[in-house]
Design a protein around this ligand. Structure first.
Ligand code: SD4
Length: 329
């Protein structure tokens, strides 16, 4: 029989795991415990890259990618590049529970979230994100995410007129020239960037969720792997669950969490399934940086990573507190 309740999260996000544990141990459903856990990270601004005030894009704006998935019903709710609303995971749950849709984006996602009662519109910038962005501009806006070409002046097409006004941005045209530098694939990641969490509740029901500001100095409009089911997270109650973190632009091409869950369905243990999913990506993109954490429905957990050392957190009824596990590439 299964070892649950259980909470597993990417990185040592101890307070988030404790919040999810308190919820699930108190009888909350897996979905609601995931939302409690990821919300705690958003409020604490985990690593400065989850919730408001992290990872500014090229124009200095912080946006939010978040998703929740119910492994029993296979329902998913997600928001991508959401502006002006701090509560990413709660917005994702509203999409899942009160619409027939799966993914809402941008300003329309914000309008939906606010209309459903979440606080906003709020400015998602923080003194840290403003400072980071200001330094980047002073440093000639080293472009993180252009390839083959970079805009002249290296400050992105949006800075051609040095403006912050939306209409100006649309009007200003990028002048492209050949790039002289190529971008190391992990350059837009800082700290750990993403919480991806899986919970098995007291009834043995599994859910997953993610929340992130995405990649630093991304090109405005970029959506990462965070709100993509099967990429940053996936759950199927018959099998288990997976959470991912890392270079989402690359990882989302492989749906690594779908891969992990399907490999476990075919009989791989969590460790092998995690390693296999990561090595499929590494074979094509040897410089990518990323990790997955897998659990099966018996509560067995394992991680795998490439390009960095990965840590994930676990809380079960056999533990007094959260335990952090370290995985080497
Ligand atoms: C993204 N996957 O938006 C996120 C960032 C991340 O560790 O997880 N970094 O690409």
């Amino acid at each position: 029989s299964g070892q649950y309740p259980l909470v597993v999260s990417t990185w040592p996000f101890l307070e988030a795991v404790r919040a999810a544990w308190t919820a699930v141990d108190g009888g909350f459903s897996a979905v609601d415990a995931v939302v409690e856990g990821c919300s705690a990270c958003e409020e604490l601004r985990c690593d400065g890259t989850v919730g408001p005030g992290g990872s500014p894009d090229e124009t200095g704006e912080t946006t939010i990618d978040a998703m929740v998935m119910d492994g029993v019903t296979m329902e998913v709710g997600a928001v991508a590049a959401m502006r002006y609303v701090k509560d990413g995971i709660k917005a994702a749950r509203l999409v899942m529970q009160h619409t027939e849709h799966t993914l809402l984006v941008g300003e329309k996602a914000s309008v939906f979230a606010i209309s459903m009662g979440l606080p906003g519109p709020s400015n998602l910038s923080s003194s840290e994100s403003v400072e980071k962005w200001t330094k980047w501009r002073e440093n000639h806006c080293q472009p993180n995410f252009w390839k083959n070409v970079v805009p002249v002046g290296s400050c992105g097409p949006y800075h051609a007129k040095d403006c912050l006004n939306l209409n100006d941005r649309i009007c200003s045209k990028a002048t492209l020239m050949e790039s002289i530098t190529s971008r190391p694939s992990h350059v837009g990641l800082q700290n750990h960037d993403t919480i991806s969490m899986a919970v098995i509740d007291k009834r043995g029901q599994i859910a997953v969720g993610t929340s992130t500001n995405g990649a630093t100095f991304k090109i405005p409009g970029r959506v990462g792997d965070g709100p993509i089911a099967g990429s940053s997270a996936y759950a199927d109650n018959e099998v288990g669950a997976c959470g991912a973190t890392g270079d989402g632009d690359i990882m989302m091409r492989f749906l690594p969490c779908y891969q992990v869950v399907e490999s476990m369905r075919l009989g791989m243990d969590p460790k092998l399934a995690a390693k296999d999913a990561i090595s499929r990506i590494a074979r094509k993109f040897p410089n990518f940086v990323g990790a997955v954490v897998a659990i099966n429905r018996n509560g067995v957990h394992a991680g795998a990573c490439h390009g960095w050392t990965f840590q994930y957190s676990v809380r079960s009824s056999e533990m007094d507190d959260v335990k952090v596990f370290t995985v080497q590439p």
